[in-house]
Design a protein around this ligand. Structure first.
Ligand SMILES: Cc1cc2nc3c(=O)[nH]c(=O)nc-3n(C[C@H](O)[C@H](O)[C@H](O)COP(=O)(O)OP(=O)(O)OC[C@H]3O[C@@H](n4cnc5c(N)ncnc54)[C@H](O)[C@@H]3O)c2cc1C
Length: 246
């Protein structure tokens, strides 16, 4: 399905005065009936951002959906802004309230079709996007699944969805939030280092009924997957999504 949606909310995250992450909520057209599963992705385009080889053809780029299916009428994406003259730089320079965005999809099978008793989620950077969609879905469904989220970022300026995640951690006894900072400032007294370190030390009971969802850059994903298999996870229960520079 291909539709045109409209930006209705933009939330920016800066570090050292530089825009690093941008979360954009889009309003779907009334008649669109865009149906997706939590964790899937869409292809996006913006007017004016075209293929270099053919300035008449829009360039479409993949982005995970950070909203959940119950957010009827809207869809949300989380962009890690890169200065590569690519789509995210265009998002930085041209995305405003009211901007029209082409949305094609949904695609992908990074979804949670058969929830188990426990879910371990591991995300770094923009890898939080599909994981957030799944968490929102589970929280909305009032699921009694136990969720542990190990969320890696450089410092708290990159803590996308912080308020909402902390709210879930306070209000849902079965949701455990483990933000892990690789370059925290002196005020941070939480977990430090990389997510791999947290997982290495983590004791996970009941591995046979635990699923894992890992999303972020390919090196982190590969290392975490290896660690989980070493801990005894069933390969079929370790689900991954990855992209360069997440
Ligand atoms: C399934 C999936 C989900 C993803 N989800 C997310 C997500 O949630 N958040 C996120 O931030 N990223 C996500 N990504 C990564 C995303 O698709 C882009 O690869 C990433 O945003 C790269 O950013 P860019 O601004 O360099 O964009 P791109 O536009 O992809 O640019 C990449 C490279 O191509 C070059 N290029 C750019 N425009 C053109 C052009 N018109 N013609 C030729 N070359 C060009 C650029 O100079 C750059 O070097 C996902 C990827 C996949 C596969």
């Amino acid at each position: 399905m291909e539709i045109r949606a409209e930006a209705i909310e933009i939330k920016d995250y800066h570090d050292d005065g530089k825009l690093e992450m941008r979360v954009v909520k889009l309003r779907l057209p009334h008649e669109s009936n865009f149906i997706y599963k939590a964790g899937q992705y869409a292809m996006l385009s913006m007017d004016g951002f075209t293929l270099r080889a053919n300035p008449h053809a829009l360039k479409w780029t993949s982005y995970s959906i950070s909203s959940a299916p119950h957010h009827e009428g809207t869809i949300e994406f989380c962009f890690k802004i890169k200065e590569t003259n690519g789509f995210t730089q265009y998002v930085k320079d041209h995305m405003q309230l009211g901007t029209k965005v082409g949305v094609k999809g949904p695609f992908g099978n990074f979804t949670n079709e058969h929830p188990q008793k426990k879910i371990l989620m591991v995300a770094t950077g923009s890898g939080i996007a599909p994981i957030m969609g799944m968490i929102r879905h589970l929280v909305h469904a009032n699921s009694d699944v136990e969720i542990m989220l190990v969320y890696g970022m450089r410092n708290t300026n990159y803590f996308v969805f912080r308020e909402e995640l902390e709210k879930y951690a306070r209000s849902h006894p079965k949701f455990i939030l483990m933000p892990t900072l690789s370059r925290p400032d002196h005020k941070w007294d939480g977990r430090k280092g990389y997510v791999q370190g947290v997982l290495k030390d983590m004791k996970i009971d009941d591995i046979s009924s635990t699923q894992a969802f890992i999303c972020g850059n390919p090196q982190m994903v590969a290392e975490v997957k290896t660690l989980l298999l070493e801990k005894g996870f069933d390969k079929a229960k370790v689900h991954v999504e990855q992209w360069e520079g997440a």
